[in-house]
Structures are given as structure tokens and as C-alpha cells.
Design a protein around this ligand. Sequence first.
Ligand code: NAD
Length: 501
Amino acid sequence: MISGAGAVPAPTDVFIAQHLINGAWVSSASGQTFDRFSPANGQLVTQAALGGEAEVEAAIAAARTAFDDRRWSDTSGKERATFLLKVADLIDANRSRIALYETMESGKPIAQAEAEIEGAADIWRFAASLARTIHGDSHNTLGPDMLGVVLKEPIGVVSMITPWNFPFLIVSQKLPFALAAGCTAVIKPSELTSATTVILGQLLIEAGLPAGVVNIVLGYGDPVGTNLTNHPDVDMVSFTGSTAVGKAIVAATSKTLKKVSLELGGKNPQVIFPDADLDEAADAIVFGIYFNAGQCCNSGSRIIVHHDIAAVLIQKIVELSRKVPFGDPLNPSTKVGAIISSQHQAKIDGYVKDAVKAGATVAIGGAPLTIDGMSGEFYQPTVVANVTKNMAIASEEVFGPVLSVLTFTTFDEALEIANGGDYGLSAGVWSQDISTCLKFARRVQAGTVWTNTWMDGFAELPFGGAKESGLGRELGHHGMDEYLETKTVQMRIGKTRSRWV
Ligand code: NAD
């Protein structure tokens, strides 16, 4: 366990967060604000303007005007790329400050936050490379007097709604691609993590973004999120968050039939075959479940291990679990920090207690964790064995440092368990036989499959969910395609059209 000794100093001032509307930083018309306290030590971190209908209306109007007068969409790919690269450089230059607020608001370890901000800058650079490659098709085989041209155009005004678990990284999986495509945006960060999206807004202005192209409204899902999804002047909603809210957004957007892109929850399986390298697998499993304290859509939260090797593998996982440095998020040695809120802590604990009542056994952990000098919420590294597929902990998103262990005897049984349930975000397979890995990769229902690894990510590769884990993709060129509309232009060449009447 890691205490406060050697920690990075916490900010001494409260971060004052305002809305960014039409290029200006503004308070709410109501004058109301809301506070965010550190989940690790209770310090007041951020006081944010509390957005309501007036702020959403003004932000959407600004984004609509900025799109319709073409102040951004008429810029060349070269100009957009230059701007995105400038933002990437500013993110790098401000990495420590962004990481500090990310850690203070979310409870994640400072070293991890620094790595995420570095990764976010890389995504902005990748999107810059795409900005200069947008192109459609031409069809020159439609007959001698016709030419078909397929244009790619920006979809318009995009509402972006983001969660608290990777605030800066997730907005960076959306915004640079939308800007590369020529769209304008209104962003609503989670009410728990407003600060770093506001810092991003400051950097966008510093980099010279025209007023109204990106707007930020702070506040709660209702009314800010709801108004951003049902407003007729919004063309698309890009949402990352829970499947329950994702479904509410699909219902809300159906009234105006907007395009929707959804990155939702997961209950991601890793199947371990007897010929796997168990030491490699155990290390990746421990990383997969404790990274971000398990509060990760991609958490490898259930392992499905061959019956013959289950005891050995569990033993290795338990031994590694004891060594993971849990503790003060501001200490650079910490690998696992705080749980986002006390309500969430209680939810995690409830899943473990219910599983035990249903017959599962706790191999390690299973209770809140006390860290010296920290008043906030922490949860012990927890491995729950003897889980069966009918238990809630086997199919629902616990979103904490809690691993469920199920067993199998045949390939088909493993696949059936892996494909059980409503989610389909990611999946993994461990075997030294490439055919076993490939057979599993082809049959598992998931947006991403990792073979003999877990949770690697690249700006080049698309990410998203199957089944109830989402709609659409982020990252890669697929990520930018989401923000483009296709327009067909059919051109007659010469006066060759035969008259209808
Ligand atoms: P959440 O769904 O509670 O909230 C996400 C965002 O939606 C917040 O900004 C919230 O204020 C807003 N919101 C809430 N109700 C709304 C409504 N009715 N209309 C519009 N907006 C509304 O999710 P969370 O607790 O912030 O994040 C955790 C969830 O996010 C987990 O389920 C996790 O798996 C998922 N997630 C998915 C990915 C992915 O890429 N697939 C990545 C990170 C997190």
C-alpha cells in the first residue's frame, strides 16, 4: 500500500470551471455552481458553473451558426491538420497540469494520468494526419455521358457526452476526429470530472480555434445531457457511458432521427487454455482488472479458465494481487488509486457480497481498503472464484477491482460462456496455438479481440462494441468516418439526356 510520502503536491487553489459558449467563458444564467471533491482525500478540487437549458440553448445556437456559416468546414484539410497538431503540442506542454486535475477529480494514479494525456496528444496528431486524407469516390463507368461523384461532408453539429473514468482521453477520441471532418461541437463532460475538458477548451482557444466551433456546457445528465440529445439543431450525438443511458439517448434521439454513436459498457471475458503461458496471462489479467481500479469499460472483469489449470492460475493471480501498489493517487509509485464515489464503492461491495451469498468464494480481498492518511474510498484487490454464469457478478458490470473466475472444459463451452450476456465490447484468448486463438477471435462476439495480450490500444485501430456495448467506432479512419455524411452527385456530361415527355 502506498501512502502520501513522496506525493506530487495537490493544487492549492480551487479550479473555477465555466462554460465555453461562442468563444467566451461564462457563468450560468442562474449563477448556480456545483462542487467536485477528490475521491481520495475529500479536498475541494473544482467549483463548476451548473448548466441549465439556457446554456445548452446558447451553446447549440453557437455551434449551429459556426457550422452553417462554414467558418470551420470551409477550411482546408491542411489548415485543420495544422490546428490539430498545434493542439497536440499544447497538450504536451500542459501535460502535468492536465494530469494533476485528472487525478484530483477521478482518483486515478498520477503516473497513469500522465500516460493518458500523452496518449491523448498522440490521438490529436493521428487525427491531424486524417484531416488531409478525406476523400470520396468517382464512378467513371456509368455510361459515356455520366460521371458519378461521391462526396464526404461533415455531418454538422455534434453533441459529445463523456464519462468520468477517462475524461481527457475519451474527449480526445471524439473531438479531433469531428474537427478533422469539419464538424462543430458542444461537449458535456461528466459532472464528476469537469476540469480537464475546460483546460482543453483553453488550449483550443490558445491554438486559434474560431469562436463557436467548440462549446462546453458543464452540469448533470439532466438537463444538460438530455437537452443535448433531443435538440432539433443537433445532427449527431457521440456518447460514451453506461448502456442504460445509451438506451435513453437512442430513445431521445429517435424523435429527431439524429445519427448516434455509442461507446458503452462491457463484461469482457478472457479465455485461458491449458497451453497458455500462465505467468504472462496472470500478469495481464491482474493489469486488466486493477487498471483504473477496474473502473474501465475494457476491464478484463471475468476470466474463463480451463478446469485443469484453474487452481494454479488463481494462485498466481492472488500472489500478484498482493504486490499491486494501491494507494495515494498523487504518489508516482501508485498503480491503483481511489474509487470514484462512496455510492460506487457500496455498489462494488454489494456485488461481491451477493456473489458470496450465491456460493462464490473470495480468494483475496472482498472489502473496502483503508490507506494511511487518506479519507476517501478505496477497495481491496479482489478475486472471486467459483463464479457461475447465472450470478450477477458473472454478467453485470461491477466497475471495480473485482475479478470473477469461471471455469470450462471444452472450447465450445468456453465460447458459450464468453458470448453469454448482453455485452460485446472486448474479449481475450490465451493459448500458444495460433489456430485456437484465431478460432476464438473469429467466433467471439466482441468489437476488439486480444490474443495473448490485454488492453493494448492504438490510435490507428478502431474501437467500439458489439451487442449492447455500443454502436459505431472510434479511432482509426473509421472513427473519422462517423462524423462524415455521404453525398452522391450524378453529373450528366453534354446534352445527351433522352426526354421523358
Ligand atoms: P453514465 O452513463 O452515468 O454517464 C455518462 C455521461 O452521460 C455523463 O456525462 C452523464 O452526466 C451523462 N448523462 C447521464 N444521464 C444522461 C441522459 N439521460 N442523457 C444524456 N446524458 C446523460 O456513465 P459513467 O458512470 O459516467 O461512466 C461509466 C460507464 O461508461 C460504464 O458503463 C463504462 O463501461 C462506460 N464507458 C464506456 C467506454 C467505451 O468506450 N465503451 C469508455 C468509458 C466508459
